[in-house]
Design a protein around this ligand. Structure first.
Ligand SMILES: NC(=O)c1ccc[n+]([C@@H]2O[C@H](COP(=O)([O-])OP(=O)(O)OC[C@H]3O[C@@H](n4cnc5c(N)ncnc54)[C@H](O)[C@@H]3O)[C@@H](O)[C@H]2O)c1
Length: 388
């Protein structure tokens, strides 16, 4: 039997889904047979939610539907959005800003779905106010200094911090992580990740932050397909940028002085491999967030594992409490929220803690610097527990 065929049969048997057609169609195991969710506590975490912008992200993760959560208050600077968020979260209390919300002593944890340039500042404000922090991606915006300050703040306060990177809970990326941990890939020789987001006209955003952004300042949907799988690190990078003809990339036309609409980076990894990660705005009409991994003992593309491991570990994402929707971005929203809530209630580190968050974010900042220097190879600063 060809190895490919063996791998496919084992994979199907392991998942208990007897349909090769389903494998061929891809996306298998995303919603395989479910066990009943059992509560481990009846305590309710008291949460504040901030940010209801273009993506209405504050309400997208299902905090308002979790049996262990009480939404104490919400906020957005813009009154109509604030009201929209109150309605979506079924919450009667609101504040005019995050800065006022963090003063509420009842709130224990805050989800900030504000504009990306404010994430580091907002996360640190939340932590310094004595509250746990979950932020939308990316962790920091183009600043290695902010990354250092954020890591220090998490360490100093001892509170939980998590970045809601959606690719980490895509069914395939999550399964890759389980197989990697169990040894089914060996060391990764090579990995790749893509975030395609075609933009034909500038997307509206708070203070125009999305106009002309350096592509790999927003790297985490791609880098999750190495860092989120292995927990290993990038050590150096060489990156190539593509100059768009669009008006908002012309000299002086954006606040970042950025000429590139697309960037492709080649990273060296701490386990001796290579990793190609990109972010594209120009590829016509393409929008997707995907990746794949290739190791000494196996490789994986989508939900199809080809390798030497028999049997495979449990690949299913955790069961969500009843009433919590899986949500968008491949059913990752509910998982991310649940992971953050349970990490606090169980007093453990969340899966995407500050070190993993920075390991997914900072390499993109350095990659952009490399692209501005015609692909010069640059070292990547490390933010790790041992060092902290
Ligand atoms: N797949 C993903 O993970 C994914 C997808 C979409 C968006 N996002 C992230 O979600 C975030 C929100 O995206 P968006 O497009 O809705 O952004 P946006 O710029 O449209 O909205 C940001 C909102 O934050 C509010 N805000 C800013 N500062 C505030 C403060 N101090 N107090 C209260 N409210 C404040 C603004 O009023 C605005 O309504 C972004 O960081 C983005 O990167 C992630």
């Amino acid at each position: 039997m060809a190895e490919d065929e063996m791998g496919r049969r084992d994979f199907v048997e392991k998942l208990g889904v007897g349909s090769l057609a389903a494998v061929a169609a891809g996306g298998l195991a995303a919603e395989a047979p479910k066990q009943e969710w059992k509560p481990t506590t009846d305590r309710k975490l008291r949460v504040g939610i901030v940010g209801y912008g273009v993506c209405s992200f504050g309400a997208q993760f299902g905090f308002q539907d979790h049996p262990n959560v009480e939404i104490v208050a919400v906020s957005d600077l813009i009154p109509a959005r604030r009201e929209g968020l109150m309605k979506a979260c079924r919450c009667e209390k609101s504040y005019e800003s995050l800065e006022l919300l963090v003063k509420d002593p009842k709130i224990e944890a805050v989800f900030t779905a504000t504009d990306a340039p404010s994430h580091a500042r907002h996360s640190m404000l939340v932590l310094n106010s004595g509250k746990h922090s979950m932020t939308a991606v990316p962790a920091v915006w183009g600043s290695v200094e902010d990354a250092e300050k954020l890591a220090e703040t998490v360490q100093k306060t001892g509170l939980k911090y998590m970045m809601a990177e959606t690719s980490c809970f895509h069914d395939d990326c999550y399964a890759m992580r389980q197989i990697y941990k169990a040894g089914g890939f060996g060391r990764l020789v090579y990995s790749e990740g893509e975030y395609y987001h075609y933009v034909s006209a500038p997307i509206d955003s708070y203070k125009g932050w999305r106009i002309g952004t350096p592509p790999l300042w927003y790297p985490t949907h791609s880098t999750a397909y190495y860092i989120g799988v292995t927990g290993k690190r990038y050590t150096s990078v060489s990156c190539v940028g593509f100059k768009s003809d669009k008006q908002w990339y012309k000299p002086g036309a954006n606040k970042y002085d950025n000429p590139f609409a697309d960037e492709v980076a080649l990273f060296q990894t701490s386990e001796g491999g290579a990793s190609r990660m990109g972010m594209w705005h120009t590829v016509f009409s393409k929008i997707s967030e995907t990746g794949r991994v290739f190791g000494e003992k196996g490789w994986m593309d989508g939900m199809n594992y080809r390798g030497s491991m028999r049997p495979l570990p449990d690949l299913k994402r955790p069961q969500l409490p009843p009433g919590v929707p899986a949500g968008g971005h491949g059913g990752s929203h509910g998982q991310l929220m649940h992971e953050f809530v349970m990490a606090i209630l169980e007093d453990r580190q969340p899966m995407i803690d500050v070190y993993e968050s920075l390991a997914m974010t900072v390499p993109g900042i350095i990659a952009h610097q490399s692209a501005l220097k015609d692909g010069e190879s640059l070292k990547i600063p490390q933010f790790d527990r041992a060092k902290a």
